[in-house]
Design a protein around this ligand. Structure first.
Ligand code: NAD
Ligand code: UDP
Length: 326
């Protein structure tokens, strides 16, 4: 009998975690989703409960966790500004204590671990597009700092557990990613604009809408996760050495760059029946003005690049949100 590989997905009931669990099950894994359901919901994974290779654990990643896994994917952390700012101390704890607990687990069990970092570690970047060697422009005491600095310390811990203890860590700096299973009240721009347009409410642009983001469809990101985790350690170590990276860290995102106003216009173009109007409000503090990933390293290491353009991904996401609006 061939035994399935075992994977642990922290944040498994969230937007990205639910897609990852599905993909790992399709790839033949036995999957444990761990989540405290802060921003995630069981409805994202209800259908998976029928699968005998799937299990769910209600657990807070800030507390130690034990289990024998071949691969750990650490996604547990609120990701939307309105949610991570709701309880900022918990946000930092989720990032820092969460990754420490998962690194300890990986160390004790010799599991491979992937950590989801973020483009937010670049802050309001002064280098454009953002390359992995850029150290960022981050406020340590602002309203976004709980997330940004929590994720930066998490990267430091990953690098040190790899250097000091030889833990097989891989880090991904994720740029804005969207798709089905985002929470309708998640507060991030794509879910907000689609929900507003579907309900004929005002489309809320913060600032003048000229700030930019680069939007990656979820399936492209999950493909990058799987390719990254399938690499053997010597290939990763050679890559770190070749590019003088210091640790296994790569950007993943879709380099297509759009202003937030263009995103609002594209959303309305895809929903011509909507009577929503664009309205402008204050710009949140420390909101990055421009963001776009340089994905040269991910292309080289993973032989990967995103395939789903914004127009196509937006259409799939709109189809999902339609099912939620009566
Ligand atoms: P999400 O909010 O949908 O998912 C996060 C999940 O983690 C939720 O299910 C939540 O309940 C769970 N969680 C939060 N704190 C926890 C804790 N202390 N213990 C256990 N579970 C906890 O967000 P997402 O977009 O799916 O993000 C997943 C990961 O990817 C996050 O770590 C996020 O920082 C990272 N990321 C996402 C994006 C993006 O654009 N989606 C960009 C950069 C980084
Ligand atoms: N944004 C907006 N209207 C909204 C939600 C967000 O104009 O209803 C803007 C926000 O100010 C930011 C961009 O859209 O400039 C992306 O915001 P999001 O919260 O999705 O992600 P992040 O700021 O973390 O990239």
């Amino acid at each position: 009998m061939i035994l399935s590989k075992k994977a642990l997905v922290t944040g498994g009931a969230g937007f990205l975690g639910s897609h990852l669990c599905r993909r790992l099950l399709a790839d033949g894994y036995e999957v444990t989703a761990l989540d405290n359901l802060f921003t995630g919901t069981k409805s994202n994974i209800y259908d998976l409960f029928e699968n005998r290779r799937f299990s769910f654990v209600l657990h807070d990643v800030t507390q130690p966790f034990w289990g024998q896994f071949d691969e750990i994917y650490n996604l547990a952390c609120p990701a939307s500004p309105i949610h991570y700012q709701k309880n900022p101390v918990e946000t930092t704890k989720s990032s820092v204590l969460g990754i420490m607990n998962m690194l300890d687990l990986a160390l004790k069990t010799k599991a491979r671990i992937l950590h989801t970092s973020t483009s937010e570690i670049y802050g309001d970047p002064l280098v454009h597009p953002q390359v992995e060697s850029y150290w960022g422009n981050v406020n340590t005491i602002g309203i976004r700092s709980c997330y940004d600095e929590g994720k930066r310390v998490a990267e430091t811990l990953c690098a040190d557990y790899a250097r000091e203890y030889g833990v097989d860590v891989r880090m991904v700096r994720i740029f804005n990613t969207y798709g089905p299973n985002m929470h309708p009240k998640d507060g991030r721009v794509i879910s907000n604009f689609i929900m507003q347009a579907l309900q004929n409410q005002d489309i809320t642009l913060f600032g003048d809408g000229s700030q930019t983001r680069s939007f990656q469809y979820c399936d492209d990101l999950i493909e990058a996760f799987r390719r990254y985790m399938s690499l053997e350690r010597p290939a990763i170590d050679a890559f770190i050495e070749k590019h003088n990276l210091g640790a296994a860290v790569i950007n993943t995102g879709n380099p297509g760059e759009y202003t937030i106003k263009q995103l609002a216009e594209e959303t309305l173009r895809q929903l011509p029946e909507s009577t929503s109007k664009l309205v402008y409000g204050p710009m949140p503090k420390d909101d990055p003005k421009r963001r776009k990933p340089d994905i040269t390293l991910a292309k080289e290491l993973l032989g990967w690049e995103p395939k789903v353009p914004l127009q196509e991904g937006l259409a799939k996401t709109i189809a999902y949100f339609r099912t939620l609006v009566k």
